[in-house]
Design a protein around this ligand. Structure first.
Ligand code: SF4
Ligand code: SF4
Length: 146
């Protein structure tokens, strides 16, 4: 009989403790959002896949030095460029990123001395197709400006 009342008391006590925690937490500021209807702005230090940085004319800052491609330990980056007739400088014609292999190590961004590469704020990429994670960064930059 004693054990019976003891169990009831423990159950009630546990309920009261739980409700006390709920009551205390109820008044604290909300730290979550009802995703996907609302989303957070990613902090500056957040690393999404890399993205090209453009100049004032909307063209990539990239000078096709290939340093980022060489620095990538996972062989994610494939760059192409060409020298237009009469020009001494190369122009970027293709910048492909295979994000399926990227570890977001940052070596490519660190190796770029021309402020041409940064981490994006993309965080909710999802797909069942591997091909959806092969990014044409030059096209993405053009799409941003169109
Ligand atoms: S290191 Fe910078 S400038 Fe050189 S190819 Fe990569 S993005 Fe372009
Ligand atoms: S973050 Fe690292 S793994 Fe990803 S593309 Fe850059 S160098 Fe390669």
């Amino acid at each position: 009989m004693g054990a019976y009342f003891s169990d009831i008391f423990k159950g009630l006590w546990s309920l009261l403790v739980g409700m006390g925690i709920t009551f205390r937490e109820f008044w604290k500021p909300v730290v979550t959002v009802p995703y996907p209807y609302k989303t957070f702005t990613m902090p500056d230090r957040y690393r999404g896949h890399v993205e090209l940085i453009e100049n004032e004319e909307g063209k990539p800052n990239c000078i096709v030095c290939m340093a980022c491609q060489r620095a990538c330990p996972s062989d994610c980056i494939a760059i192409k460029g060409e020298k237009p007739e009469g020009s001494k400088k190369k122009v970027l014609t293709s910048y492909m990123l295979d994000f399926t292999k990227c570890s977001l190590c940052g070596s490519c961004v660190e190796s770029c001395k021309f402020n041409a590469l940064e981490f994006s704020k993309e965080y909710n990429l999802a797909s069942t197709r591997k091909e959806d994670f092969y990014f044409d960064l030059l096209k993405r930059l053009e799409d941003r400006n169109s």
